[in-house]
Design a protein around this ligand. Structure first.
Ligand code: NDP
Ligand code: HSE
Length: 438
């Protein structure tokens, strides 16, 4: 059979990794796909730039639309990132009847609903395994491997850069900014690294995971998003003292009244496997009613780990080129006309436990004032640590762990505690998840 012809837009970290993997493993890949896969045309901003992959035999251009409109090409691989030009490229490819493979989570989270509708109309596939958790085949696992389950919840470390920063801060006492700079050098970070540190990238990925887990439309704008930039080394240390690790988690949970969609730093018991996932590694814990908890682990970012997922999609698409569209795995796991309209819950309705850290005047009665406010809001305390003041200091740090409560109660309590004259500045609040049985 004729090799399938592929066009690639973007020859950066993931694009060059994709060329390297396709070239190095060409034989193995064609044995799996049932035919050869030939990269014939690629676009980058600067085609004179030295690349970390071979480009001989590939026609190069600075105009992505030359690739998208090349009639020879059956599969268009989009690896430039962003949501403007990338959307135009993907829409044009679909309109041209080409299948699309992308690693672009921002694009899928924000425009996936319209992209999949257009693709279904044209009878083409849009594959996006690399968009979530880098090299971990988590989309395939949930969409196909767990198809017999009602997924109850999932929780994941789904941003490699953020996990790398938190791990280096904890293990080596390094500064936030230094570690971020290193993550950028290593090609882990997004073009705009605030997406990594402020949780936007994880929110894009959670949007996708929640859709394929629960069969709801993509709803990025409904994800509650908090980043890691306010986490201090102190918090990391106090969490350890309490038997926890701080991880930046994406959590999606189905309840009777709606779906929780939230991304935030989280204290997890240190004994959990996922609490020990460090560096650029990602892990996603998925709880299905039949299977129970399952855990998926691997590199969450980087050139070849991500290329592994991109190439896996190219092979998948190649295998199913001849299948009737209605016999293919649906983009969002559930048939498009069977998506549910379960609402996404406002974060005020979410129930979790909390870690609190506050700076308080070192004088009698302060702790009693704080605990009275908590008690007024029916918040019970599970653990409390009061640190000795540093020499000559007039303030102490108070650290608390609470039992589970509704976010609304915590917001009200924190407003009242922060208004106390004896409390300085704002209170650090980090949610706690046990991640045990459902
Ligand atoms: P890079 O910045 O390394 O690469 C982007 C590539 O796109 C470059 O080759 C650049 O060309 C090219 N490009 C950008 N704009 C244009 C344009 N207007 N016309 C032609 N070419 C253009 O990004 P990454 O490889 O890191 O990321 C690509 C995608 O993969 C993003 O969506 C990202 O979110 C996603 N992703 C990234 C991961 C990672 O670990 N890096 C992991 C998972 C997903 P030039 O090289 O000449 O500048
Ligand atoms: N910037 C992303 C991360 C790349 O660090 O996880 C992988 O999606």
């Amino acid at each position: 059979m004729e090799p399938v012809k592929v066009g690639l837009v973007g020859l950066g970290t993931v694009g060059s990794g994709t060329v390297n993997v396709l070239t190095r493993n060409a034989k193995e890949i064609s044995r799996r796909a049932g035919r050869g896969i030939e990269l014939v045309h690629a676009a980058a901003r600067d085609i004179a730039k030295r690349r970390s992959c071979p480009t001989d035999g590939i026609a190069l251009t600075t105009d992505p639309f030359e690739v998208v409109n090349n009639p020879q090409i059956s599969i268009l691989v989009e690896l430039i990132g962003g949501t403007d030009l990338a959307l135009e490229i993907v829409q044009t490819a679909i309109a041209n009847g080409k299948h699309v493979v992308t690693a672009n989570k921002a694009l899928i989270a924000k425009h996936g609903n319209e992209i999949f509708a257009a693709a279904s109309e044209k009878g083409v596939m849009v594959a996006f395994e690399a968009a979530v958790a880098g090299g971990i085949p988590i989309i395939k696992a949930i969409r196909e491997g767990l198809a017999g389950n009602q997924i109850q919840w999932l929780a994941g470390i789904i941003n490699g850069t953020g996990n790398f920063i938190l791990s280096e801060m904890r293990d080596k006492g390094r500064d936030f900014a230094d570690v971020l700079a290193q993550a950028q050098e290593l090609g882990y970070a997004e073009a705009d690294p605030t997406f990594d540190v402020e949780g936007v990238d994880a929110a894009h990925k959670l949007t996708i995971l929640a859709s394929i887990a629960f069969g709801v439309p993509l709803q990025f704008e409904r994800v509650y998003t908090e980043g890691i930039s306010h986490i201090t080394r102190e918090d990391v240390k106090y969490a350890e003292e309490l038997g926890y690790r701080i991880k930046h988690l994406g959590v999606a949970r189905k309840t009777d009244v709606g779906i929780e969609l939230r991304v935030h730093p989280t204290l997890i018991p240190s004994r959990r496997l996922i609490a020990n996932v460090d560096g650029v590694m990602n892990a996603v814990l998925v709880y299905g009613d039949a299977v129970g908890p399952t855990l998926y682990y691997g590199a969450g970012a980087g050139s070849e780990p991500t290329a592994s997922a991109v190439v896996g999609d190219i092979v998948d698409v190649t295998r199913t080129l001849t299948a009737d569209p209605e016999n293919r795995v649906p983009h969002l796991a559930f048939q498009p006309d069977a998506l549910s309209d379960l609402p996404v819950l406002p974060v005020e309705e979410v129930e979790t436990a909390y870690y609190l850290r506050m700076r308080a005047a070192d004088r009698p009665g302060v702790l009693a004032d704080v605990t009275r406010i908590l008690s007024d809001q029916h918040i019970s305390i599970e653990a409390i640590i009061q640190k000795e003041p540093a020499l000559d200091a007039k303030e102490v740090s108070i650290i608390m762990l609470t039992h589970t409560l509704r976010e609304r109660q915590m917001i009200e309590a924190l407003q009242r505690i922060e208004a106390l004259a004896s409390i300085t500045g704002s209170i650090t609040r980090i949610r706690v998840e046990q991640l045990g049985a459902a």
